[in-house]
Design a protein around this ligand. Structure first.
Ligand SMILES: [Zn+2]
Length: 55
């Protein structure tokens, strides 16, 4: 029901189908795969800045 954008690969995913979740600065981010989550966790600001530009 609640769709979120995976900040790493920009895929639209259902929260309930997410393979992983990370909380960063009070926001929850959801990922299509554990590989995307690992990339985000290694360098969160890189992906957050990217998604803010697109919004
Ligand atoms: Zn992904």
């Amino acid at each position: 029901m609640d769709k979120q954008t995976d900040p790493v690969c920009d895929m639209q995913i259902e929260v309930e189908d997410a393979a992983g979740q990370s909380d960063y600065e009070g926001r929850a981010y959801y990922f299509c795969s554990s590989a995307c989550k690992e990339q985000f966790d290694a360098n969160p600001t890189r992906f957050i800045n990217k998604s803010e530009i697109q919004n």
